[in-house]
Write a protein that binds this ligand. Structure first.
Ligand SMILES: Cc1ncc(COP(=O)(O)O)c(C=O)c1O
Length: 377
């Protein structure tokens, strides 16, 4: 399959780039003894799990469907953690997960009896400190509902746990700041950790970022796990799939209102939601920092402020031209929606041998079914 024959919009996952990240994950495991479970909330395109499986230990999930997907399509260890489970969720999930992590002591007390004997039970603790750029994604933000804070811990409940989970990083590229967080955790929670058999340090550690001090991270994790005699876990999402996937779009129109806007056959609101939520402009592969021709890369949705980025190009853009919106895997494919009835991007994988394999495509019937299956009589 030639790329030019593929209808846009589509995602292209690059196996070579994915394996580069996975090799770093493997190196981290070898240095530290940490186990790595893929955070499905970030990326759950199970069509490429066969590539990822040999490198990681399993998955971590939120809602019951994610847990089931991880169990069915990835295997290994299945961790389940949700900010709020219903009783029905717990019953569904307890049979298929290896570790079930509660977000609060009230959920632990209410549902522990449904999990005992089936899965190892853990609790999320909130260290009250974090490394996260934006308040929206900061687990230690004021009034945070995520996990139990040190001053609220009921010691007798901790006796009944096998493990705890912390998640306090978001795209943390700095080992030193991670070390400071771990020191803080040891100081605040050390006496509890010493009694656990496992501790998960969550996701958000960007160990595949170019220049990341992987060895220091590995040694730090090893020292932490030895100090508290626990099996450590990390729950990487973004670190595994960063820079692996382009969203390929076509310019369908060019309009001008003081600035030129190239309108493409995709929308951030439907196909790359975090661009909008976190106000983080996308990067276009074809752009060039010092190019003379500046364009807003605008979406074809009706939302006035829906744009991918402002970018410069060496040559004027043309209608019909394709653009590659880079790094479009994490928290993207899992958040796709049908806003405006836009065509849903297909999903492809470019294998190591250069061959392109189709993982998914969508049509009108998928859109229609997502809205109603039955009409009122
Ligand atoms: C509990 C938990 N674990 C893991 C992750 C994955 O984080 P990341 O994709 O930044 O590695 C998240 C992300 O929100 C999370 O909330």
């Amino acid at each position: 399959m030639q790329d030019s024959s593929l209808k846009t919009p589509y995602f292209m996952i690059d196996e070579v780039k994915l394996v580069e990240n996975l090799e770093k994950a493997k190196q981290l495991k070898e240095i530290s003894g940490v186990k790595l479970v893929l955070a499905l909330k970030c990326f759950s395109t199970w069509g490429v799990f066969d590539i990822i499986k040999p490198y990681l230990d399993g998955t971590t999930s939120s809602g019951p469907y994610e847990v089931k997907l991880g169990y069915e399509t990835f295997g290994g260890e299945t961790h389940a953690y949700s900010v709020g489970y219903s009783e029905a969720d717990i019953i569904e999930v307890a049979d298929i997960c290896d570790k079930l992590i509660f977000n609060s002591q009230s959920q632990l007390q209410a549902y522990r009896h449904l999990v005992e004997g089936k899965a190892s039970i853990g609790l999320r603790l909130n260290p009250g400190v974090s490394c996260a750029g934006q308040d929206l994604a900061d687990p230690a933000r004021k009034f945070s509902r995520l996990g139990v804070h040190a001053d609220k811990i009921e010691p007798q409940l901790m006796e009944q746990l096998e493990g705890v989970m912390f998640h306090m990083n978001c795209e943390n590229k700095c080992v030193d700041s991670f070390i400071r967080l771990l020191d803080d955790i040891s100081a605040k929670f050390g006496s509890y950790l010493d009694k656990m058999s496992w501790v998960s340090l969550g996701g958000g550690v960007f160990f595949t970022w170019p220049g990341y001090e992987l060895e220091r991270l590995g040694e730090t994790l090893k020292a932490f796990s030895e100090k508290h005699s626990v099996q450590l876990y990390l729950e990487p999402g973004e670190a595994i799939i960063t820079k692996t996937t382009d969203l390929v779009v076509t310019v369908v129109d060019i309009v001008e209102n003081e600035k030129k806007t190239a309108i493409v056959d995709s929308a951030t609101e439907a196909h790359r939601l975090d661009t909008l939520i976190y106000d983080e402009p996308a990067t276009i592969q074809e752009s060039s920092e010092y190019g003379e021709h500046e364009y807003v890369i605008g979406s074809c949705s009706c939302l006035a402020g829906d744009q991918f980025c402002v970018a410069n190009f060496e040559e004027p853009l043309k209608i019909g031209q394709r653009l590659h919106v880079m790094d479009s895997a994490g928290y993207t494919m899992v958040k796709l929606n049908w806003f405006n009835g836009l065509k849903m991007p297909s999903i492809y994988c470019r294998r190591e041998n250069g061959q392109v394999e189709k993982l998914n495509e969508f049509d009108y019937s998928d859109f229609k079914r997502s809205l109603s299956q039955w009409s009122v009589s």
